[in-house]
Ligand binder design. Sequence first.
Ligand code: IMP
Ligand code: MG
Length: 169
Amino acid sequence: MEIKELISKEKIEKRIEELAEQISRDYEGKNVEFIVVLKGAAIFAVELAMKLKPNVRFDFIEISSYSGTESTGVLKVNKDLKADIEGKDVLIVEDIIDTGRTLSYLKEYLLSKNPNSLKICTLVSKPSRRIVDVPIDYNGFEIEDKFLVGHGFDIDEDYRNMPYIGYIE
Ligand code: IMP
Ligand code: MG
C-alpha cells in the first residue's frame, strides 16, 4: 500500500485561513456553536477554531449511518451532544462529505432540536460520490473519488495525524 500526497500541509492551512475569514464575517457578534463530527473532524475543527474571531463553543457527536436495503437509512448516535442547541447558531464541522448520507441524517437530527441557525462546514467534499444532496455552506476542497488518509482521515484508525492529506494508490 502506497500513500501519495494530494493536498499539502501548507495548502490546507491557507484554505482553512480563507474559510475562517468567511465564517468570522458571517458570525460576527455571535457565538459559533461547533458540533464536531468525531473522530475525523477533530483536527480540522481545532485548527479552524483557532483562526476564528468570534467565540467558539465546542460540542462533539459520533455517529454512523446505515443505508440497508432501502434508500432511507438510519442514523446511529454513538456519542450524543452534551448541551442543548435550542436557539443557538450551530456549525457542523465535518471532515468529508462523500455520499452525503451521514450529513443529511445529522442535519435532520439537529434541526429537530430547534437551533437558531444550522450551517455545514467540511474540509473535503467528493461531489461525484453524492447520493443525497446536502447544501454545503463552507467547503474546503473538492476532490475526485479517492480514498483519503491523513489530516484526520483514517484507514482502520491509522494515519490520522499525518499533516498532509494523502490518498491510497
Ligand atoms: P457519507 O455518509 O458517505 O457522506 O460518509 C462520510 C463519512 O465516511 C465521513 O465522515 C468519513 O468518516 C468516511 N469517509 C468517506 N470518505 C472517506 C475517505 O476517503 N477516507 C476516510 N474516511 C472517509
Ligand atoms: Mg466522519
